[in-house]
Design a protein around this ligand. Structure first.
Ligand code: CMP
Length: 138
């Protein structure tokens, strides 16, 4: 069954110049792009996107980071796209959890600056895609 997931390449990924590498990994896995856009994000959208982390101690610095520069927002689709992209990304902590060969395992050192985001469930994907790409009908 085809599924869609929201993928972000965060400001650290854009600044590090790994947009092409991340998109290439998505395509090599067999996933496809339903939407792709370079943009900056407002604090309002970022707060909604990360609403589940609102009480966490890192929430303020996470919002500051996410709004600090350009990001790539994409809707990625394919069979089991949510789990497939999370496999490509690796675990949240780029050193303790993500293994070499994954995006975070290859490029990251710190949990906040972990290069990419991928929706973690069908419910999150639907909510996040509606937030970032309101004109897309999924
Ligand atoms: P992401 O998968 O986008 O989901 C929540 C984000 O919060 C996460 O990636 C990290 O960028 C950030 N994050 C999660 N845990 C921590 C932490 N302990 N310290 C700082 N940032 C965190």
């Amino acid at each position: 069954m085809t599924e869609q997931t929201l993928v972000l390449i965060k400001p650290d990924g854009v600044q590090r110049g790994v947009i092409g590498d991340v998109i290439s990994r998505i395509e090599r896995k067999g996933l496809t792009l339903a939407a792709l856009e370079l943009r900056t994000v407002t604090t309002e959208i970022a707060s909604e996107h990360y609403a589940e982390h609102a009480e966490r101690p890192f929430f303020g610095s996470l919002l500051e980071f996410i709004t600090s520069g350009q990001i790539v927002a994409a809707v990625v689709e394919g069979p089991r796209a949510i789990a497939a992209f999370r496999q490509l990304a690796g675990g949240t902590d780029p050193v303790e959890k993500a293994v070499p060969g994954t995006i975070r395992g290859d490029f990251g050192l710190e949990t906040q600056f972990n290069l990419v985001h991928g929706s973690d469930s069908p419910e999150s994907a639907a909510r996040e895609i509606a937030l970032w790409f309101p004109s897309l009908n999924s």
